[in-house]
Design a protein around this ligand. Structure first.
Ligand SMILES: [Zn+2]
Length: 193
């Protein structure tokens, strides 16, 4: 009984605009015309930022979740032919000309968005100062010609705010370089850099 009361306290009165389940206190996303629960947010693309959710309508999210189900299904036939290991592993399927950035080796567990190589409009590595401390983050940024995920961005260094005189920084830059080289080699895309 105590457990039941405890778990009830974690719920709010409001419900998710997409699946109708009661919202929990944390992990909700504000949408343009509603609120998305944690479970729906977790199944969304990991590359959607809060500002992306804020511009999406409930209908947009329903379509997005449908796309995510299709993505998971397509991953079953994804063939890893090129691999660059990192905080996010890059896998390229040269035959289908698709790639993914995945935190897990098991793509079916992670469901990373399939990125067609031909959808890349811009690709860059950016160094960003970490807060006000004496450290940097090295970021991978991709702009995509896609209806679902237009922007893919993530930190390449394992821990935020690394010093740019360390071995960790040197290794991070090596990984960044390896990502670019691997993608360019398959994508034939000099013009986007
Ligand atoms: Zn939901």
């Amino acid at each position: 009984m105590d457990d039941l009361l405890k778990s009830n306290e974690e719920y709010l009165e409001e419900t998710c605009s997409v699946c109708g389940r009661r919202l929990t206190k944390y992990g909700n996303k504000q949408l343009k015309d509603g609120i998305l629960c944690r479970s729906c947010a977790i199944f969304s693309s990991p590359f959607l930022r809060d500002e992306d959710f804020a511009e999406m309508t409930v209908e947009d999210v329903k379509k997005h979740l449908e796309y995510r189900r299709e993505n998971a299904h397509k991953l079953e036939s994804f063939k890893k032919s090129v691999t660059v290991e990192g905080r996010y592993d890059l896998y390229i399927d040269e035959e289908s000309r698709n790639m993914v950035f995945s935190k897990k080796r098991d793509l079916l567990k992670e469901n990373p968005d399939i990125i067609p190589l031909d959808s890349i409009k811009e690709m860059s590595i950016i160094e960003e100062q970490y807060l006000k401390e004496d450290g940097v983050d090295v970021l991978m940024e991709l702009e995509l010609d896609s209806d679902e995920v237009k922007h893919v961005g993530f930190r390449i260094n394992e821990f935020p705010g690394i010093n740019n005189k360390t071995e960790e920084y040197r290794k991070t830059c090596e990984t960044a370089d390896a990502y670019l080289k691997a993608i360019i080699a398959v994508a034939d895309m000099e013009e986007v850099l």
